[in-house]
Design a protein around this ligand. Structure first.
Ligand SMILES: NC(=O)C1=CN([C@@H]2O[C@H](COP(=O)(O)OP(=O)(O)OC[C@H]3O[C@@H](n4cnc5c(N)ncnc54)[C@H](OP(=O)(O)O)[C@@H]3O)[C@@H](O)[C@H]2O)C=CC1
Ligand SMILES: CC(=O)[C@@H](O)[C@H](O)COP(=O)(O)O
Length: 296
């Protein structure tokens, strides 16, 4: 950014943790952050042509992850090994293990709320999450005049990557569905199979990570860095069989409480403060996970 280069940002954790330091640099160095994350690319695409002041709300769509149709009560009675294994699978997207587990807890959507706040300067009260099982609408913008603009396409990262590179141009491309090779034109001819789009509110009891992310975002300063790092560590602890899937949000809530109790939140952080928050967040998640094990 200091070299005056625009950035195509694929790694969401960077901006979630470093937002307070990075966001002021957009203006300071006259550079743009071009989103690659599919939801933020969708928002960026929807924003083209909406004048300043025209946006009322951002609506982030999320699949609900692999456990979307499994009631919380049932998850509590399931074999932890089955939950662990299934949490690394995704209904629509083919992604790395960490982000896939984040989709299963919906922490991915919570982190994306913080990412959207920094990318678009939108207040947390004006960012909503909608569960959209088909992952065809990649996010939406509600305008002041009530118009809602959505971006659609297959669950395929090639289009967000292409748009970050071609913006503002729309270049010809052939991007068939990565899972079955069908052209997106087929979606319209799906005779009800593909052509159904549904939306619903997330259950915050089932997905406590959403509430934790809003809380961290609103607290500001280094709290999102602490949460993101603790989450990375918690996912690692899940994958290495130290904790169970349903422990993730418990670990994160306790790590955030610990950050408050130990005055670890720096409200106007430097880059060094953020790096330290990242280190501390990982350590806190590990410590908390040990108390869980001891309690068990
Ligand atoms: N996959 C997707 O569709 C999407 C991903 N993202 C974001 O992209 C990022 C990566 O996700 P994803 O591709 O799924 O993850 P993967 O786990 O598939 O890939 C991560 C890659 O990063 C490399 N890596 C990890 N740590 C370092 C490091 N310290 N220095 C250099 N390279 C490193 C890994 O290398 P190695 O294998 O050698 O460890 C690996 O190649 C995340 O921030 C995620 O949120 C956002 C939207 C969609
Ligand atoms: C591909 C991408 O950008 C991910 O963020 C994806 O959208 C995750 O799926 P969920 O909607 O299940 O979190």
């Amino acid at each position: 950014m200091k070299a005056g280069k625009d950035i195509a940002l694929a790694n969401k954790e960077t901006l979630i943790a470093g937002g307070p330091v990075i966001a002021p640099m957009f203006e300071q160095y006259g550079v743009s952050m071009l989103p690659v994350d599919s939801e933020h690319s969708a928002i960026f695409q929807c924003l083209q042509g909406i004048p300043k002041g025209g946006v009322k709300k951002i609506i982030l769509t999320g699949s609900g992850g692999t456990f979307r149709d499994v009631p919380l009560e049932e998850m509590r009675t399931m074999d932890p090994e089955v939950l662990r294994k299934r949490s690394t699978t995704h209904p629509n997207w083919d992604m790395g293990a960490k982000i896939t587990v984040d989709s299963s807890t919906m922490m991915n959507k919570g982190l994306e709320v913080i990412e959207a706040h920094w990318l678009y300067g939108v207040d947390y009260d004006d960012i909503e999450i909608s569960i959209h099982p088909q992952s065809i609408v990649h996010s939406a913008v509600e305008c002041q005049d009530t118009a809602v603009i959505m971006q659609m396409g297959w669950p395929d990262m090639r289009l967000p990557i292409l748009y970050a590179l071609s913006h503002p141009a729309r270049v010809p491309a052939d991007l068939p569905n990565p899972r079955d090779g069908r052209d997106f034109g087929d979606w319209w001819k799906g005779e009800g199979k593909d052509g159904k789009l549904t939306f619903s509110k997330p259950d915050l009891e089932k997905y406590p990570c959403i509430g934790l992310a809003y809380k961290a975002g609103r607290r500001g300063g280094t709290m999102p860095a602490i949460l993101s790092a603790a989450n990375e560590q918690a996912v690692e602890l899940l994958l290495t069989k130290v904790i169970d899937f349903l422990d993730i949000s418990v670990v994160l809530e306790k790590a955030m409480d610990m950050a408050e109790a130990e005055n670890k939140v720096v409200l106007e952080p430097t880059l060094e403060d953020i790096v330290e928050a990242d280190r501390w967040g990982r350590e806190a998640a590990t410590l908390v996970s040990k108390t869980l094990k001891t309690a068990a």
